[in-house]
Design a protein. Structure first.
Ligand code: S3P
Length: 172
C-alpha cells in the first residue's frame, strides 16, 4: 500500500505523513525535501528565483515516475502536484490511497505564518487564496479519501487515515 498525502500549503502533509509512516513502520518520502536535496537548492524560494516553477513541476513528474513502482510507503507531496495530471497516473499505479487533508483557507494562512518553510506561492495572501480556490476541486478529484483536519491533532488525523485505509488500527 502506498499512502499519498495531498492538500494545499500548510495542510499538515509533512507532519501527518511522518507520524503516519512511523506508526505504520513504513518508509516516508517528503517530495519537496527530495527535490531540494537532488537539485542542490536550500529552499523553494531560491529554487523558484533561479529556475522557476516549471523546474519544480518537472522534478515532481520525475519523482512520481520513480515512485510508481514502490509500495509500503507514505509520500507527502507538494501542494502543486495537482497541477499535472500525469503525476497521478504515476502515483496511482499499484495499491494506493490518495488522502486529501482538508482545511479552511484561514487555517492554511495561520499554519503557514507559523512555519518557517519558505513558500514562494504563499508570499501574497490574496493570490494564494485564488490558488486555493482554483485547486480545491483538483484535490477533491484526485483523492480517494478526504479528511477534515480542522481542530484535530496530528495523532487523531493519523488514526483516522489508518482506520479509513485498513479498517482498524490494531492490525497495523
Ligand atoms: C507549492 C507547495 C510547496 C512547494 C512549493 C510549491 C505549491 O509544498 O512544493 O513551494 O505549488 O502549492 P507544501 O505544500 O509542502 O508547502
Amino acid at each position: 500500500m502506498k499512502i499519498i498525502l495531498i492538500g494545499f500549503m500548510g495542510s499538515g502533509k509533512t507532519s501527518v505523513g511522518r507520524s503516519l509512516a512511523k506508526k505504520l513502520n513504513i518508509n516516508f518520502i517528503e517530495m519537496d525535501e527530495e527535490i531540494l536535496h537532488r537539485s542542490g537548492f536550500n529552499n523553494m524560494k531560491t529554487l523558484f528565483a533561479q529556475k522557476g516553477e516549471v523546474f519544480l513541476r518537472e522534478w515532481e513528474i520525475q519523482l512520481a515516475k520513480e515512485f510508481s513502482s514502490l509500495s509500503n510507503l507514505v509520500i507527502s507531496t507538494g501542494g502543486g502536484v495537482v497541477m499535472n495530471s500525469i503525476i497521478f497516473e504515476y502515483l496511482k499505479k499499484g495499491d494506493h490511497n490518495v488522502v486529501y487533508l482538508q482545511a479552511p483557507y484561514e487555517s492554511h494562512v495561520r499554519r503557514v505564518s507559523k512555519d518557517k518553510t519558505p513558500r514562494p506561492l504563499f508570499d501574497n495572501i490574496e493570490n494564494a487564496n485564488k490558488l486555493y480556490k482554483f485547486r480545491l476541486p483538483l484535490y477533491e478529484n484526485y483523492s480517494d479519501l478526504a479528511i477534515q483536519t480542522e481542530d484535530k491533532s496530528i495523532s487523531e488525523i493519523v488514526d483516522e487515515i489508518i482506520i479509513k485505509t485498513y479498517g482498524n488500527i490494531s492490525k497495523n
